[in-house]
Design a protein around this ligand. Sequence first.
Ligand code: AMP
Length: 530
Amino acid sequence: MTTFSDLGLSASTTEAVQQLGFEQPMPIQQEAIPLLLSQQTDLVALAQTGTGKTAAFGLPLVERIELSLNMPQALVLAPTRELCMQITRDIKDFSRTQQEISTLAIYGGSSIKKQINALNRGVQIIAATPGRLLDLLRRGKIDTSAISTVVLDEADELLNMGFQNDLNAIFDTLPKHYHTWLFSATMPDSVARIAKKYMNNPKKITVGTKNAGADNVSHQYLTVKPHDRYMTLKRLIDVHPDMYAIIFCRTRRNTRKIADKLNRDGYKADAIHGDLSQNQRDRVMGKFRNKSIRLMVATDVASRGIDVNDLTHVINYELPDDLESYTHRSGRTGRAGKSGVSIGIAKHKEKGKIRKIEKTIKQKFEKIDVPTAKDVKLTQLDEWSDQIKQTDTSPISDLMPALLDQFEGMSREDLTEKLIAFAWNKKGTKSQPQQKTHGHSQTIKNGSEPGFERFFINIGKKENLNPGTLIGLINEECRTGDINIGKIDIMGSFSFFEADNNFTDKILSAFQRNVKYRGRGVNVEIAQPK
Ligand code: AMP
């Protein structure tokens, strides 16, 4: 077994790594660290996020810093503010057992004055986004004369995000006596061009196959009609009560819409997209990191730099337009040796795209079925069974002898069935496993009868609606006469009705098709709790 000290790290850095709980170097570290410690060389390393790449360059970097020299000696360029901050945190960690290396994160969108003050106090390693760095270089605020290492982290993302010109300008500003270490998950032409133009005979390291998805991510997809997408998402969440996931949408508008809908339906979710201020973004990230929300809906761009290690799932609510984004999305799970699942919700006609992604990631997708209402029910019953087993019985234990008499003669099976059915009926059938607080799942009760769902509809007496016409409308739109309709309350400009909850999704999706009633667009939703 290779250890960190085998890689040639100093005793104090090895100790720091041990304190961080890293037991064994990850493959990219095994390859990169000895090379970067022993040779003055340029390097191109193909590695996904989550493979331990930050330590692969960060540990050799820490060893190279001349502690007595209080000048910038290394520049790390990264695509997002979050990543810059993560890198500075990691470098501080790696140097915790020695005199602290002064490390500064520099990024746009926050006070340049403060950054200039910090630079004036002296820094040894700078982790920066290209735009702000270039600004400071042009203002002459960074002494580049002692820079001996430049790291490009997530180079493909840097270029995807349009930093090409900034990078060129930065390279042109720096004195020519540094080595460049380039890390990238993928190797598109744009990255190859940068490597060719600015690097000198770089050594190459590839961990796993080129462009391959992380090995510990399994890929699944299901095909749905567009109007079933949201229902499918909810079902997926319902059958994975411990889901901790990023849900990817293509547009900012959709991230907001989906997060809002999920919240309305009782799932705790938030959205992260380019319209948020940095403060809002930090707040959302904070909640996601400490798991007070476990579902984050994000655009591709906004999700960059999110460094959460234990995501169970990545959900592609919409498949990405370009294939490489899929690699980035799915690489958000399966990090740091953990396994994860990436699920694509595809339209029927997107099967070709799935095949193309398979070629890019060199892994097969498993086709799965949309979880059924029964699957959801079973998941919840499983959860309840666990909760029942953990229930504290002390408050009633002294009454048990009397209570037991009541159930005399019933078999264990009958009694269990009755108790669970009793709990089920009491709670209502809308499972909201994501609403878990303190280990108990809360459920929303919207006042419906057992086995029935209560719906809101935005038409009422004003539109001359009566129970007969309402039932007619539901049957017509759902193209069936089988739905058992319960209680109906017709109000002035809206109404409520109850219907067999086996048909909940059918009803909701039927009314998503621009239904009109007497000229008015009809909207049906699950009724809010009373
Ligand atoms: P990165 O690819 O740099 O984003 O690293 C992914 C995660 O793996 C980070 O949270 C690191 O702290 C962690 N990590 C890096 N190297 C090791 C290691 N050798 N053993 C265990 N965890 C590690």
